[in-house]
Design a protein around this ligand. Structure first.
Ligand SMILES: C[S@@+](CC[C@H](N)C(=O)[O-])C[C@H]1O[C@@H](n2cnc3c(N)ncnc32)[C@H](O)[C@@H]1O
Length: 279
């Protein structure tokens, strides 16, 4: 991973600062971009299936707080962490307007800092944790895995959606549009990632790499590509041009996302890990 100086020489800024600048527009873009909206809805379905009312949960990279507030509405308590003050401000103002907002506690910090951040929470350990589209900005997943191992109950679930290093749809589109560099984007040591008007860096990891980091403490019990059939969200213009096919693609995607081989070739991968019981 490049150092701070190397990143600023390349015009890349820290992920939290990029999201500070983007925060006021984030929710609108998520609605406008149909691929992003589909990914969000699939992730939230998974969260609803996995967690139960009364659960005490941790969210890493909560953004503007929609998932934490949805789970709070269903009776969960959530400690929601994000490094961007701008995103947290949006989240806090939504929580202030909702009667169940008091069930969410927002904390500022990077994923790698959660060990120290949550150590003083009164309601430890957590029944489970989740992280949507945030951990690819994190440089040190090992620290995240160790902290989650400390603070998630044995048998508890950890759901995580991370950017995949090998994306079949992107590869096919790169060949089809004669833009081979598009396919190599994720293989470079620094994957440049646009957030609004600025660029930050992201780490595209293989399923194998992510599993290796969490495997000492968590068993991988389910995996799906998110999405597999649809192109990555930055190609949203395709869905704007052919709006009718989006619904069809969503149906096919939901049916194929867990098929062997295909599930490891999505734009993102959605991991369902289960905290191992001590040996
Ligand atoms: C794409 S948004 C996702 C937000 C939310 N989870 C959702 O799905 O709408 C990425 C979020 O990750 C946060 N983030 C950036 N770097 C992070 C890091 N190292 N650890 C945890 N969160 C990070 C950003 O501030 C931003 O809120």
């Amino acid at each position: 991973m490049p150092s701070m100086t190397e990143r600023s020489q390349l015009g890349l800024i820290e992920s939290s600062l990029a999201y500070d600048r983007y925060a006021s527009r984030y929710d609108a873009v998520l609605i406008e971009n149909k691929i992003n909206a589909y990914m969000r809805s699939q992730m939230m379905d998974e969260e609803r299936r996995t967690f139960s009312p009364g659960d005490n949960l941790l969210e890493i990279g909560c953004g503007t707080g929609d998932e934490a507030l949805e789970l709070a509405k269903r009776g969960c308590r959530v400690v929601a962490v994000d490094p961007s003050e701008g995103m947290l401000n949006q989240a806090r103002s939504k929580a202030n307007r909702a009667p169940f907002g008091v069930r969410v506690k927002f904390l500022k910090g990077y994923a790698r800092e959660i060990g120290a951040l949550v150590s003083t929470i009164e309601t430890l350990p957590f029944d489970g944790a989740y992280s949507s589209f945030a951990l690819s900005y994190e440089t040190n997943l090992e620290l995240v895995s160790e902290a989650l191992a400390l603070y998630i109950k044995p048998g508890g679930f950890f759901l995580a959606a991370l950017m995949n290093r090998i994306c079949a749809a992107e590869g096919l589109l790169a060949i089809g549009t004669l833009h081979p560099s598009m396919a190599g984007r994720r293989l470079a040591p620094i994957t440049r990632h646009k957030v609004g008007q600025v660029n930050t860096s992201i780490i595209a990891r293989t399923v194998h790499d992510v599993n290796r980091v969490f495997n000492p403490f968590f068993k991988l019990v389910d995996l799906r590509g998110l999405p597999v059939v649809l192109p990555p969200a930055y190609m949203n213009r395709l869905t704007r041009r052919f709006p009718g096919v989006m619904e069809l693609f969503e149906q096919v995607d939901a049916k194929t996302a867990r098929l062997p081989i295909l599930r490891g070739l999505g734009d993102h991968s959605l991991f369902r890990f289960r905290r191992r019981h001590a040996a």
